[in-house]
Design a protein around this ligand. Sequence first.
Ligand SMILES: Cc1ncc(COP(=O)(O)O)c(C=O)c1O
Length: 387
Amino acid sequence: MPSISRRVQAIKISDTKLMPMIAAKVGGCVSLGQGVPSFATPEHVVDAVCAALRQDPGAGKYTLQPGLPALRQAVAELLAREKGVNADPETEIVITVGAMEALLAAILTLVERGDEVLIPSPYYASHVEQILLAEGVPVPVALRPDDWGLDIAALERAVTPRTKAVLLCNPSNPTGMVYPDADLRALAALCERHGLFVISDETYDSLTFDGPMPLSLASLPELAGRVVLVNSFSKRFALTGWRVGYAYAARPLMDELLKVHDCTAICAPAPSQVAALAALTGPQQVFEQMRTALKARRKLACARLDELAEHFSYIRPTGAFYIMARYTFSAESSRELAQRMIREARVITIPGGAFGSEGQGHLRLSYGANEVEINEAFDRIGSWVLS
Ligand SMILES: Cc1ncc(COP(=O)(O)O)c(C=O)c1O
């Protein structure tokens, strides 16, 4: 039997996806697991897609390879309005199959075998698998454990002649932290000093609850030409199942990235691009309500966790919809504990160790579920830890 490629042998399916699969076998579980905002696709988005499919024979066909021109235009306007990033919609934006495809295309474009990519840890697990798939070397650099902040000095110490890029997720999945402007500027200076590329995963940019949208590294002139900004329609617009996202990069970089997009996806699904366009250009009130609901869910989840203060401690998150909860009642690995919690309490969480060794001893709790589910999950966890 010929062997499968080493690059695929080196990667694994993330625990974020495995835990729901284990739970499906157990049955009757409530989820604080995968990062899915509970909201249904808004009516105006459904209507736009149905109308397009009924009226436009093109709506079920391939779009132009970089994406629908109107959607790229709307994305460019959004980037200019919200982040001060001036992108040419013709040549510098690609609509992708979720942020996931954009990230993979960016990594395959920038990372060669043996290239090192600095990644603050705990990290989003798929970032590391994608670097490994490109035969690069992920170099986790611990976030400060007292506030999950960026440790710029540690990042600087981790730079070697093989360092090619920094991959930053801001707001962070899994910590729920939003990095302050000063740290982002310090990181940009570091990247400029060492001539590094930056992949900026801004999937949760609109979900900040205590302050404005964070600074985009793509808006900083000192990094011009060396940033790939990645974003998603999954979280802000609750369109996880539509699989649509986008990337921005300056023209020379985008020309290369588009080759990867062409040979992996051809284009993002046309109906999903119509959905994304409707979400971006239609009424925004429904999305504002989702954000408000998520903020209320953060309050609820933190309050419920505070009731279990003898068993969990955590740093209050400022964005996304995750809490990294450190458990103090067990010496088990986070994977063992999360699996036992599924079997015994019938609550899904994600083992913190899945996000790097800095996440060990934690469970990642998502508050994307509705308030009834959040309450039910904490009721179950509460009786379980006391039993
Ligand atoms: C940090 C981060 N980046 C990217 C993604 C993938 O997003 P998409 O659904 O757009 O592929 C996720 C999904 O959870 C995420 O948390």
